[in-house]
Write a new protein. Structure first.
Length: 133
């Protein structure tokens, strides 16, 4: 079944094709046994589907679907990299304290590295802090 008209059979059957395209496919169906059989199969399938008994959903089915949709949306929502890092970081107080201490330490090292003359100032502050503690 390599006919390109084959993929148009559903729209042809639904009546969504008109004009020259409809005539072209109709002419093709007269000469192509494979596409004619495919069209007949589609017609039979549609007929069988129409014969099926319609099932009414339970009264709370719509509520169930809404809740399921909410649950699936929550499960598929992923925080960004920064949010994920912050969630891990702030959920553990020891990590938070260590992280803040590390950032402060980096700031001090940066200032000392850029301004070596301030080293004595930091030594003085460190001694005062140690005396207070």
């Amino acid at each position: 079944m390599s006919c390109k008209e084959r993929r148009c059979l559903g729209t042809y059957l639904d009546g969504e094709i008109s004009g020259r395209d409809y005539e072209r496919i109709s002419a093709h169906l007269k000469g192509c046994k494979t596409c004619s059989l495919e069209l007949e199969g589609l017609k039979e399938t549609i007929g069988l589907i129409k014969e099926l008994k319609q099932i009414e959903p339970k009264g709370d089915f719509e509520d169930y679907l809404r809740e399921l949709n909410k649950k699936l949306n929550k499960e598929t929502e992923r925080p960004g990299l920064i949010e994920e890092f912050l969630n891990i970081f702030w959920n553990e107080p020891a990590l938070a304290l260590g992280g803040v201490s590390f950032i402060v330490w980096l700031g001090i090292i940066r200032i000392i590295g850029v301004f070596p003359q301030n080293l004595r100032l930091f030594e003085y502050i460190a001694k005062k802090v140690c005396l207070i503690l």
